[in-house]
Design a protein around this ligand. Structure first.
Ligand code: PLP
Length: 407
């Protein structure tokens, strides 16, 4: 079992993602006064002086390897279920030029999704700051991750899911010890319940970007990619975008690494992938807007990216534009087709959200926005096993002769 050593920490303050107004570190915060996400800031030269890339190599290959870049002050507050460094899996069969097509398989993380990265950090920080009750709205995976880490930390958790959240996720959340309800609305309706119940129940709101530390957890995807690519990043990153925590977090990681000189030159183009049935970020990107409008009648098989309104919309759009990337939407039939192709041909069973990035890769290769000579990383954010799979009804009757020629 892993014991986490004490290490120096470098958080200096938090700041409003919109105005830059400073907020004190080591205190409990939700949104800023302008209702924007708070961003954690570090003494980056302190980090650079305390640790080197070579030194990291000697640490266990997990998320806590990057401790100096993370907010948890005291090792005893780390709540962990084994957040391993997730592997890069090449899809050689999808390669058509000089570039490589690589999946970062986040389905290997605790609770089977990359929500574990954000929630292990949020729960660890909640522990450090004395919180005992947590709540959030979820399309499934965030609720399961929060329930697991909160339970492990001895905290209570309350979870609100839209009606059409996959059954397996709702049951997983309950099995992990949270109180969970289905709500006859979408995720933003569930979010309103969390806001409204705060006063009566005294829970801390762990909603996407409404607390500052899930971004820091998801930031480790960027640190890890840089590390795994030997500090030479790929050309393009395709990210299935719901609330956008991961995209914002990775972009933040790249800025921090650039600032301390660990990476140089061009950063990857960040591509926000959504489904055509729920594409508020794509619409805002195409129209040159700073903020996205609420998407009406949101629907897609990729539940994790069925987010009609994201509070960090402007941060997502900034990252996409600064990186000279773009936002694109793919239809559900292309998502399922990509999932089936990747699993049959490459043994890589992706979740629908992950498969959306493969469908987007294929679509944008066609459109010319991505070149076959570019190395692209696709994010598979959860294990494909958490999702309904195509039916399989073939049977064999052991009491009848088997016609092997028909198999
Ligand atoms: C939450 C989730 C996403 C979206 O992640 P964000 O960082 O919130 O945009 C994508 N896929 C899966 C499987 C998810 O659970």
């Amino acid at each position: 079992m892993q014991k986490f050593p004490d290490r120096p920490t470098f958080v200096t303050h938090l700041e409003c993602g919109k105005t830059g107004t400073r907020y004190a570190a080591d205190q409990l915060h939700g949104l800023s006064e302008t209702g924007s996400p708070l961003i954690v800031r570090y003494d980056l030269s302190g980090i650079a002086a305390a640790v080197s890339r070579d030194e990291l190599e000697n640490r266990p290959a997990d998320l806590w390897r990057y401790r100096e870049f993370l907010p948890v002050r005291r090792a005893e507050n780390i709540v962990s279920l084994g957040e391993i460094m997730t592997p890069l899996i090449e899809l050689a069969g999808f390669k058509t030029g000089e570039g490589r097509v690589i999946v970062k398989d986040e389905g290997r993380l605790p609770t089977g999704s990359f929500k574990a990265r954000g929630l292990c950090m949020a729960v660890s920080m909640a522990k450090e700051l004395g919180v005992t009750k947590l709540a959030l709205p979820t399309n499934g995976n965030a609720g399961a991750a929060m329930a697991a880490y909160a339970g492990r930390a001895g905290m209570k958790s309350y979870v609100f899911c839209p009606d059409d959240t996959p059954e397996i996720n709702v049951r997983e959340i309950a099995a992990q010890g949270a109180k969970v309800w289905r709500v006859n609305g979408l995720i933003n309706d569930c979010g309103k319940i969390v806001g409204a119940g705060k006063e009566t129940l005294g829970w801390f709101d762990c909603s996407t970007l409404k607390e500052p530390y899930r971004i820091e957890g998801k930031k480790t995807m960027g640190l890890e990619l840089a590390d795994q690519f030997n500090w030479q990043l790929p050309d393009v990153i395709l990210y299935p975008t719901g609330g956008g925590t991961g995209l914002i977090g990775m972009w933040k990681a790249f800025q921090e690494l650039k600032e301390i000189g660990w990476i140089q030159g061009r950063l990857p183009r960040m591509v926000a992938v959504q489904a055509t049935g729920c594409a508020p970020i794509v619409k805002a990107f195409d129209e040159g807007q700073q903020h996205a409008e609420l998407w009406k009648d949101a629907h897609t098989v990729a539940a994790g990216i069925r987010v009609p309104a994201a509070i960090g919309d402007f941060l997502i759009l900034n990252a996409v534009r600064e990186s000279e990337g773009f936002a694109t939407a793919v239809p559900d039939d292309a998502i399922l087709k990509a999932r089936d192709e990747a699993s049959r041909r490459e043994g890589m069973l992706m979740c629908p959200e992950g498969a959306a990035t493969l469908a987007a890769y294929q679509q944008e290769l066609e459109s010319g926005r991505i070149s076959a000579n570019e190395t692209c990383v696709l994010f598979n954010c959860a294990t494909g096993l958490k999702y309904p799979l195509p039916a399989m009804d073939d049977r064999i009757d052991v009491h009848q002769p088997i016609d092997f020629t028909s198999l």
